[in-house]
Design a binder for this molecule. Structure first.
Ligand code: F6R
Length: 596
């Protein structure tokens, strides 16, 4: 996730671009850069925050240009990898948000034809590709180049010989046009535009747009004109940064389908996981903290089920105290931030013990990536809410991918089975969306249950850690005391605490433990506790045993943690909102925990 802003008008572009860019800094801040056409193409960029770029900018003159703030996905956060990227002639500049999947093969071809690359980014292949098609018409060159590209993009480009024109295009990454009198704008998101205009046109997938001071032209990738009426935006600036959602957490929960999609992008066909190989691995230990630990616990069940490999999960803060076994498992360290001190310590300990270490993180170039042998990135986009939501979902997806890879390499999955599982993974964004569409229903249930002082969450097998994650979410943002139990454990003690004022959230989807879950729900109801179940659509029996049901779609049970988690996140959010809690910044917590 990166932020881009473009301008073509009569005023000096630089202050407008910087102001717009600052409003998009929530989309990433690994590096920033600007390209302005004045007397030729002028490009300035650097690593770090926008303020760092601003402090060193000469007074660039010109009224056409664009700016970019980066959230790194390919190539470490550095000055050379910062956008804009420039072609060999020094006349075309390009900024990009998204991932060019076939960048490696494009690069190979372009280098063979004599193009010189200066960065490690996927984006640079596109600017050279555009250069190779350029014949005096930037729009035509971009159109041709985009036909050769696979992946997601929102791009902005300018050519020194075509002043007064910024060209944009979009596929699976956002791009919006702002319309003003004698000036027009482009941006990843509305907040960058609101100071200048409230009239916008959303660019859709596989569309291109040309802005000049005089007008806006929208076309499809074949060059056919597209007509779309501008809309009027009525949000305040602050609302706009949250995309119209009341809190970042809610926005991020709603970004789950996109996070799943991005994490899968380009990886499913060949199970190419950033070069990870499972050769020689005979067992797995997953190590993490907090929400990431819950992903690790889900991973344990997933690895055992899909790859038939012995797996265990351990808290990072405890791992170093365990005895080093003689066998050396692959240690998978999971951390959204890649900066959690306990997880970094565990990574060092794993390698001290002679184990291979694989990191799973959302942040490119984070400390974890330097402590492990290989890293697989979840590509959920920046997460601002302190409570992890979409990044947890992306971690689950990354773990499914690793399990598939291991199943393939170990020969525990046949071709048909592998293809079937891949197809099911592809359908997960839809499964998440199915639950998101129930947000209002879930809000009503939160109003019914969210006044409790104490709650219990129960689940079995792969949905036991999902229940733990549900309980953690409600604890941290709504301050309701919640305990999670493996459903079979209630009768060994906790049942003593159940009364009519302790609601129980039971994950009872149709999986191999379903019948047992029904019995456990019976034990709970017999103590008078109200039960809210998460069940599978079309299950006619479950509603007879519980007070309320939130349905997830009918998908293979091994993947059910994804939609169930989305439901529990929405439930926790709605409860916290009703209790008027500071949802994005819960008390005593921080997004990245860098102390042990
Ligand atoms: C809870 C939450 C925390 C983190 C934990 C580990 O919503 O976000 O429990 O999961 O602090 O953080 P990372 O994943 O950055 O290592």
């Amino acid at each position: 996730m990166c932020g881009i802003v473009g301008y073509a008008g009569r005023r000096d572009a630089l202050p407008i671009l910087l102001d717009g860019l600052k409003r998009l800094e929530y989309r990433g801040y690994d590096s920033a850069g600007v390209a302005i056409i004045g007397s030729g193409l002028q490009v300035v960029k650097d690593k770090g925050f926008i303020a760092n770029l601003e402090a060193q900018l000469p007074p660039l003159k010109g009224s056409t240009g664009f700016a970019h703030t980066r959230w790194a996905t390919h190539g470490a956060p550095s000055k050379v990898n910062a956008h804009p990227h420039v072609d060999c002639t020094g006349k075309i500049a390009l900024a990009h948000n998204g991932i060019i999947e076939n960048h490696a093969s494009l690069r190979e071809k372009l280098e063979a034809r004599g193009h010189t690359f200066t960065s490690q980014t996927d984006t640079e292949s596109l600017v050279h590709l555009i250069e190779s098609y350029y014949d005096g018409d930037l729009e035509a060159a971009i159109r041709k180049a985009l036909h050769d590209v696979r992946g997601s993009y929102a791009i902005l480009a300018v050519h020194a010989d075509e002043p007064g024109k910024v060209i944009g295009a979009r596929n699976e990454s956002p791009l919006v046009v702002g319309i003003g009198p004698d000036e027009n704008f482009l941006a990843s998101d509305v907040p960058a535009l609101l100071r200048y205009t409230d009239r916008v046109v959303y660019v859709m997938d596989k569309e291109m747009v040309v802005i000049t001071p005089k007008g806006v032209t929208l076309k499809d990738l074949e060059g056919n004109a597209v007509r779309r009426e501008p809309q009027r935006i009525t949000w305040s600036l602050e609302d706009a940064e949250k995309g119209g959602f009341e809190h970042f957490m809610l926005k991020e929960i709603h970004e789950a389908p996109q996070a799943i999609h991005q994490t899968l992008l380009g990886r499913l066909a060949n199970l190419d996981l950033d070069g990870f190989s499972s050769e020689g691995i005979t067992s797995v230990k997953l190590v993490a903290c907090g929400t990431s630990y819950h992903a690790a616990l889900v991973g344990k069940y997933v690895f055992e089920e899909i790859a038939r490999i012995p797996a265990s999960a351990e808290l990072a803060s405890e791992y170093r105290y365990s005895q080093a076994p003689s066998e050396r498992p692959l240690v998978i360290l999971i951390s959204q931030s890649g900066e959690t001190a306990d997880t970094l310590g565990a990574a060092r300990e794993a390698r001290r013990r002679g184990c291979k270490a694989l990191g799973i993180t959302n942040i490119l170039g984070s400390s974890l990536t330097r402590e492990v042998d290989k890293t697989i990135y979840t590509r959920a986009g920046i997460e601002i809410g302190v409570a992890a939501t979409k990044t947890f979902i992306a971690q689950l997806v990354a773990l499914y991918l690793v399990a598939l890879k291991m199943g393939q390499d170990r020969g525990t999955l046949g071709y048909d089975e592998l293809d079937r599982l891949k197809d099911q993974l592809r359908s997960l964004p839809r499964a998440a969306q199915y639950v998101l569409n129930k947000a209002q229903e879930i809000e009503a249930l939160a109003a019914k249950y969210g006044t409790a002082r104490d709650m219990f969450y129960i689940g079995r097998h792969v949905n036991y850690p999902v229940a733990m994650e549900g309980a953690l979410k409600i604890k941290e943002i709504s301050y309701i005391h919640a305990e999670a139990y493996a459903a079979g454990e209630l009768k060994h003690g906790p049942l003593a605490l159940l009364t009519s004022s302790t609601p129980v959230v039971a994950v009872a989807v149709q999986d191999p433990t379903y019948e047992k879950m029904r019995s456990n729900i019976g034990e709970v109801s017999a103590r008078g506790s109200p039960v809210l179940a998460i069940g599978t659509e079309g299950d006619k029996e479950l509603p007879k045993f519980v007070d309320d049901v939130i349905e997830i779609p009918s998908i293979p049970w091994i993947f059910s943690p994804v939609p169930v988690s989305v439901a529990l996140q929405l439930f926790a959010y709605a409860a916290a909102r009703l209790r008027d809690c500071p949802i994005d910044k819960p008390r005593n917590l921080a997004k990245s925990v860098t102390v042990e």
